[in-house]
Write a protein that binds this ligand. Structure first.
Ligand SMILES: [Zn+2]
Length: 125
């Protein structure tokens, strides 16, 4: 499912299914940069996963352009449902598990909105 680029130094990229397209797009972007010879052979992707509701990408010898791409994609992931890929998602919580979910998927899997968000709108006067 993921492109088999030589710079991907990960046994298996494993992202939640709603984020797979993001991961694939990011790898394509890296590939483009290699084609344009902006990235050399020392560049490697050493890890790509979801951690605590965030997209976590580790690279070796990543120039600034890669850092920027990763932060762009991470910001996009912060509002992309991990389950269905819908773009109107926010952090939800169940016990100690944190996931980025849309309202429908949160309801289905019994996750609740993170309280830190609602504190902002219901601050006592
Ligand atoms: Zn969803």
């Amino acid at each position: 499912m993921y492109p088999n680029y030589t710079f991907v130094n990960v046994k298996r990229v494993k992202l939640p299914k709603g984020w797979v397209m993001l991961g694939v797009d990011l790898l394509h972007e890296f590939h483009d940069l290699k084609q344009k010879q902006i990235l050399d052979d020392s560049f490697l992707v050493c890890g790509m996963q979801e951690r605590f509701g965030k997209l976590d990408v580790q690279c070796c010898n990543a120039p600034l352009v890669v850092e920027r791409l990763i932060s762009e994609f991470s910001i996009q992931a912060e509002s992309t449902c991990q389950d269905c890929g819908y773009f109107l998602a926010v952090l939800h919580k169940r016990n100690n598990w944190v996931r980025v979910l849309c309202a429908d998927c949160a309801l289905k899997s019994n996750y609740r909105l993170m309280t830190s968000n609602s504190n902002l709108t219901h601050r006592p006067r």
